[in-house]
Design a protein around this ligand. Structure first.
Ligand SMILES: NC(=O)c1ccc[n+]([C@@H]2O[C@H](COP(=O)([O-])OP(=O)(O)OC[C@H]3O[C@@H](n4cnc5c(N)ncnc54)[C@H](O)[C@@H]3O)[C@@H](O)[C@H]2O)c1
Length: 474
């Protein structure tokens, strides 16, 4: 058992005000491997005070200075990427190949993209006699989840640093260790004392205290819609800006004429990636009734080819914690009870596993858009296939959801995919199997969130806009 009991406040590792600990479990072994401290309002007060003081000077630093700081972070992070990858594998169960290839490398992409945005950004603009200035918003509170832990932290701290904001991070208590390493990297990179602070804890304790704090100017939250609403409610009395990146139930429309092997096979693999624990997972696949039989065969064969385990390249790991495992099992049962056809996978662990929260890659067909498994975010390796008659019907069902984070379209041509994609009410559309673009805006319509992350749009969330009017020199 390794102890990570201190918090990072004002450039130092300090003890919590009241000692209270929580053990962190490895979901692949169900064994506890680390201990963290659970903070309180008193720790949040200390961290926010440090951030408020640091804002006085950090907000006045030059663009060159901050861009240089981001570059220094990248250099320092590269040396610790192996440690971050190992931490993520232990705390949330990403197999080594995935932790190395994506989970731990994503922060590099966010920091390098943001440094470029910062170097090119126009902070001042003259319109007639008015000067429009963009200024850092102030002290930011960050609350992050366990599914892409380092990525979610990076897409908040990189733009906040770039803008000249100061911050207090509360990482997920389920996956907190990568965040402790990131704090060490911030220190190593020379981020000034008080600019970045970390307090571990749970939502009702530290998360709530941060959200309602009068000296926090902005909350940026990533996690469930349930907790996001609580953050917004707690933030309301102090009228702070709130950015929310929440859940999703993203449609993947396969159009007639698309290459079925690629579209269906790719869609299943994309769903299973990170054990289905991605907010933008393509979890509802819409298939033309005319090709239903063939599509089902491809989906079944692909799901059955997905390896489960920690060692093999391409394999999927366990669900990241016991509560989530049970939730996924309950929803699989619900799908069976509501009459969907189970094409692959199902209840229980895959063959050969008797511990760890490993789950069978599961595909349901004959799903209707009103079934629970088509409406609720499952956050596990479970795909639902929904047959449709006409393109209009597919688009209507795709939009018949309370969520709007992402959408996917597979078509014979990019033009057709663009046409259908532009009718989906969601913040990001990925067409014909395309991968992520770290400079494209990422965020949700409807109950998937408020605001955007990544690239220039993510950076602008951290800016206030000021108009200085009546300038005689203009
Ligand atoms: N849209 C996105 O960019 C995005 C990215 C990743 C995950 N997610 C969503 O996150 C969810 C899974 O993550 P999770 O289970 O860690 O979510 P969660 O909401 O349970 O927890 C997320 C964070 O919120 C904190 N929290 C919980 N209750 C709180 C409260 N009352 N006040 C303040 N903070 C509170 C937790 O401690 C944790 O740090 C999924 O719904 C997923 O779709 C969204």
């Amino acid at each position: 058992m390794k102890d990570y009991l201190k918090f990072y406040i004002n450039g130092e590792w300090v003890d919590p005000v009241e000692p209270r600990t929580l053990e962190v479990e490895n979901p692949a072994t169900e064994e506890n491997f680390a201990r963290i401290s659970l903070g309180s309002k008193a720790d949040v007060d200390k961290a926010v005070a440090a951030a408020k003081e640091a804002f006085k000077t950090f907000s006045q630093t030059s663009v060159e200075y901050r861009a240089d700081l981001l570059d220094k972070f990248v250099a320092a992070y590269q040396k610790r990427m192996g440690d971050v990858s190992e931490a993520i594998t232990s705390e949330m169960g990403a197999p080594k190949w995935l932790a190395d290839a994506a989970q731990a490398t994503a922060p590099l992409a966010h920091f390098t993209t943001t440094a470029q945005v910062l170097r090119e950004y126009k902070f001042e603009e003259q319109r007639g006699k008015t000067l429009i200035r963009k200024e850092p918003i102030g002290v930011c509170g960050f609350i992050t989840p366990w599914n892409w832990p380092a990525n979610q932290i990076a897409c908040k701290i990189a733009p906040a640093l770039a803008a000249g904001c100061t911050m207090v991070l509360k990482p997920s208590e389920i996956a907190p260790i990568d965040a402790m390493i990131i704090a060490e990297v911030m220190h190593e990179a020379g981020v000034p004392a008080g600019v970045f602070n970390l307090v571990n804890g749970d939502g009702p304790g530290v998360g709530q205290a941060l959200s309602e704090h009068k000296d926090v100017d902005m909350m940026s939250f990533t996690g469930s819609t349930r907790a996001g609403v609580l953050v917004q409610q707690a933030s309301a009395p102090t009228v702070k800006r709130v950015a929310l990146e929440l859940g999703g139930k993203s449609p993947n429309i396969v159009l007639e004429g698309a290459d079925l092997t690629k579209a269906i096979g790719g869609g299943v693999m994309n769903m299973m990636m990170n054990t289905g624990q991605s907010c933008n997972a393509p979890s509802r696949m819409f298939i033309p009734k005319s090709v239903k039989g063939e599509a089902e065969q491809i989906a079944k064969a692909t799901a059955e080819s997905v390896k489960v385990g920690m060692d093999e390249k391409g394999a999927i790991g366990p669900i990241s914690n016991g509560n989530q495992y049970q939730k996924v099992q309950d929803l699989i049962q619900k799908g069976i009870d509501e009459g969907a056809t189970l094409l692959a996978g199902g209840l229980g662990r895959p063959e050969g596993f008797n511990k760890g929260y490993f789950t069978r890659p599961t595909v349901f067909s004959d799903v209707t858009n009103d079934m629970t498994i088509a409406r609720e975010e499952i956050f596990g390796p479970v795909l639902v296939m929904i047959p449709y008659e006409t393109e209009e019907e597919a688009i209507e069902m795709a939009n018949d959801t309370e969520y709007g984070l992402a959408g996917y379209v597979q078509a014979a041509t990019d033009e057709k995919a663009y046409e259908v994609g532009s009718k989906i009410r969601a913040g990001q559309i990925l067409v014909n199997g395309s991968g992520p673009d770290f400079s494209a805006p990422f965020g949700g319509y409807k109950m998937s969130g408020i605001g955007r992350e990544w690239g220039e749009y993510g950076f602008e969330e951290f800016l206030e806009i000021k108009g200085i009017t009546g300038l005689k020199s203009a």
